[in-house]
Design a protein around this ligand. Structure first.
Ligand code: DP6
Length: 327
């Protein structure tokens, strides 16, 4: 009789160069490569039970049975996992995150990264980091970037084998801080998945893709040389380009709230006043305000003063997805 219980923890990540649009929708092969930073202190913790007594996959989120959509998404992922690794049997999954889900902090990234690690370990498989990243990508594209630690690049590739993420700099390389201004904790109306599928309907998507590699090179260089000014320029440009694509899709997508714009404008003013700071926004209304550790205290305080800001979270570069050791 098989019976194994495994727990894994993974951090969400903030995209510095964004993934928006797929070459292959089912495999989540993106149209462009991307770069992200894992977010320390924020995590999803997932426990997987693999037992011959379990007769169906069951997902619980924060102790409650998951919604039908989440349950189906995880079942689909597990079916692919079983097929690739020739595994039989079912799993009970308990997952909990310590940050608001569905609010542009990529909870699906940490959730599928933690699930990939936990489920492979529960089955006695020990995958390479690249293989875990490939597997996590099947659950959620950006989840492949939550497998390695620190600053991570997802090489777009063109098929399952060639599309995975790897570390470009460890968490200790640069004390960047992501001050996350939460302005909305509701589930977004249009999921990232629907958004990826709409991307190609924007007349701006081809232009965005055409010079994505140049922004990727600049971002990687800015990280490696700890050049904040260069990072700020390319990160804001890339975020603005993705949102321009969203707004010009058919039907158009506008994830921002009035407070999103207030924060972006304040960040630009602070930078013009000489403070090294920039913003980036994923598929949601919350704003990720990036700065170096020496400036984070003042920026956190100023963000809290902006009307519409409900809460500000703070995260430095986080580590890789890890197994929780049981005593
Ligand atoms: C705007 O990885 O969440 O955050 O594959 O459908 O789960 P799915 O999409 P997802 O898309 C992320 C979009 C983004 C940009 C990014 O993280 O690169």
């Amino acid at each position: 009789m098989i019976n194994k219980i495994t727990t894994a923890i993974a951090h969400p990540n903030i995209a510095l160069i964004k993934y928006w649009g797929d070459l292959d929708v089912d495999l989540h092969i993106p149209v462009n490569s991307s770069i992200s930073m894992n977010l320390d202190g924020l995590f999803t913790r997932t426990t997987v039970t693999y037992s011959s007594e379990i007769t169906r996959d069951d997902l619980f989120i924060d102790g409650q049975p998951a919604s039908e959509i989440a349950q189906k998404r995880v079942e689909y992922f597990l079916d692919r996992f079983r097929k690739i690794y020739k595994i039989s049997g079912y799993f009970q999954i308990e997952s909990a995150s310590n940050f608001p889900i569905n609010a542009g902090i990529a909870s699906s990234a940490s959730a599928f990264a933690a699930l990939s690690l936990a489920v492979t370990d529960a089955c006695g498989l020990s995958l390479s980091e690249a293989d875990l990243s490939r597997l996590a990508r099947l659950g959620s594209g950006s989840a492949c970037r939550s497998i390695p630690g620190g600053f991570v690049e997802w090489q777009a590739g063109y098929n399952h084998e060639s599309s995975f993420a790897f570390l470009i700099a460890s968490p200790s390389h640069w004390c960047l801080v992501d001050c996350i201004a939460i302005v909305d904790t509701e589930e977004k109306e249009t999921s990232s998945r629907q958004g990826h599928e709409l991307a190609q309907s924007s007349p701006l998507q081809q232009a965005r893709i055409m010079n994505a590699d140049q922004r990727l090179d600049e971002c990687r260089f800015a990280i490696m040389s700890r050049d904040f000014d260069l990072l700020a320029r390319v990160v804001e440009l890339d975020s603005n380009m993705m949102h321009a694509v969203m707004m010009t899709s058919n039907p158009p997508l506008l994830y921002w709230k009035p407070a999103t714009i207030s924060i972006m404008k304040s960040v630009i003013e602070w930078r013009m006043a000489g403070i090294p700071v920039c913003y980036t926004v994923d598929a949601g209304a919350n704003v990720h305000v990036l700065c170096e550790a020496e400036n984070s205290g003042a920026i956190l305080n100023q963000l809290k003063e902006i009307p519409g800001v409900l809460l500000v979270l703070e995260a430095g570069p986080g580590g890789a997805a890890t197994l929780e050791i049981r005593n």
